[in-house]
Design a protein around this ligand. Structure first.
Ligand code: FES
Length: 111
């Protein structure tokens, strides 16, 4: 069973924005979509390491700020002809708070 920890308020992230959470497994980009879904992805593009947290959110996709690869935030899969995969992590939103998979957080704290 996945244990979730609270990493902050949904309101802390603007719609179609992101924030970075430092975790035991590296930086994780936590995205909020226009319709208040939340996704957590490794903050590192598999192409050349671009910071996905600075990318553009559109629907449930994010476009890398460096060379415009597009990732499906549900699966982490690159779209179109680009091949690559970014790691995704389980998230929940409860009572306006964002929860993410606690195994990420073990020895870390929110940035
Ligand atoms: S580093 Fe992300 S598309 Fe090139």
């Amino acid at each position: 069973m996945t244990i979730f920890v609270d990493i902050g308020s949904l309101e802390d992230i603007p719609p179609q924005g992101a924030r970075v959470v430092k975790t035991a497994q590296g930086c994780v980009a936590v995205f909020r979509t226009a319709d208040d879904q939340v996704f957590a992805l490794e903050d590192r593009c598999p192409h050349k390491g671009g910071p996905l947290s600075e990318g553009i959110v559109h629907g449930d996709r994010v476009t890398c700020p460096l060379h415009n690869w597009v990732f499906d935030m549900n699966s982490g899969q690159a779209q179109g002809s680009d091949e690559g995969m970014v790691r995704t992590y389980a998230t929940r939103v409860r009572n306006g708070r964002i929860l993410i998979d606690a195994t990420l957080i073990r020895t870390s704290r929110a940035a």
